[in-house]
Ligand binder design. Sequence first.
Ligand code: NAD
Length: 492
Amino acid sequence: MLPESSSESPSSVLDWVRTDLFIGGRWIPAPNGATFAVENPATGETLAHVADATAQLGLDALEAATLAQPQWAAVPPRRRAEILRRAHDLLLERTEQFALLITLEMGKSLAESRSEVAYAAGYLRWFAEEAVRIDGGWKVSEDGSARVLVMRQPVGPCLLITPWNAPLAMPARKIAPALAAGCTSVVKPAPQTPLTTNALVSLLVEAGLPDGAVNVVPTSHASALSEPLMADRRLRKVSFTGSTPVGRLLLAQAAQNVLRTSMELGGNAPFVVCADADLDAAVAGAMTAKLRNIGEACIAANRFYVHAEVAEEFAERLVERMSTLSLGVGTDPSTDLGPLIDDRQRRRVADLVEETVAGGARLRAGGAVPEGPGYFYPPTVITDVPADARIIREEIFGPVAAIQTFTTEAEALHAANDTEFGLVSYVYTQDLGRALRMVEQIETGMVGLNRGYVSDPSAPFGGVKQSGIGREGGSSGIDEYLEEKYVAIDTT
Ligand code: NAD
């Protein structure tokens, strides 16, 4: 059972988190005792050693999920809802412990981690409410000779693969709808952040989750574990959140067994500021859209397109606001921005900035890798960015704002849509006609209109183009885990 006190020290939080695999309702070590290290990105120190699942253990987890599937599907919807609702309540009670754990293994500030706990709990509550609303259909066939009954049933055992940037919200956003729909699952968390997933599953068990309904297999060799699972006909669905290249690979594997798929992939969000925008609101929105989660968010603003008339003022104000932020260890209450996840990610961000500046852009703030432990990178603003710069085409995943200018609405729209990604976009304008034209023509699954943040359990989160397939949350979120069965009933 997880502790109930409202404040915790890092060592006591780490003491209660399980580090084994969770299969068939039991916590078990890897047979040969194999583990991998989980690091604190703020210090580079090892937080814990977690059991390292092999391909065989992945298949054992699928076996457990397959055995549990009929029983879980038969659990009445109200009972499924009660387990999720209880998990929601327990999670909110343990906000401090979960926030600390997220900060320790992912790096973001405690304030941001607390928001993630509330956000993740929101999905548990939303899908608790959806579990009892799964419905079907009934009608008379066109020629009147039959009745058409449409049933909605769980897809079956699912593989849920999650990234490290939201270690609680990403698994919650998949496990909650799967359970609500009556599906069992095998969860493979990101190797950088497996502890929070284990803590979430402990909480679900405390809330009444039966054995085998959720199984967790952390591993340091993702593809060796997932390939045999994807090839196994007992698996009925894969839901993946992560990068587009890995998503493509999984889609190709899924094709072999014509597996149901949900893909929440990379983003390259344009942030458009028109000349008539409320500049105070645009700057505040840019701070959120760019720096939330230290820029390590699929919905992070990646490319800023600002009308030439207001571009200089916007850049100056952004630089000014960013200079007030403190970079530091996430557990320090005065920290605004924590470290990036690891050295590889920091190197990638630093290289993108150096390359852009070498290509003729102007560095207005940040841009220098600080000395000392931890993978810190400062908030950075670059203006005069060449249109063909790599930083405009690739997902930055760091606290770097790359600003370009435009003069016409058509030019802004063309630039915003000139990418293979289509997750989210942000548009700032006070002209209603322009707002509607842009919202209609922009090619993204979500739009923040005069708002720097999208994401809400009651809304369909997801992308178009190469940002993904399917939606998480909203009234369509549970559909991803349901099949329709049509029964033709003869009435002649
Ligand atoms: P990643 O694709 O490297 O890894 C994601 C997950 O896939 C991890 O669990 C990883 O271990 C696993 N994985 C890696 N290679 C695999 C393989 N060959 N087979 C099976 N599994 C494999 O992504 P990341 O670096 O962890 O996360 C960052 C990416 O996630 C960014 O591109 C970001 O945009 C995206 N993301 C998208 C959303 C969304 O909702 N669209 C949300 C969060 C993050």
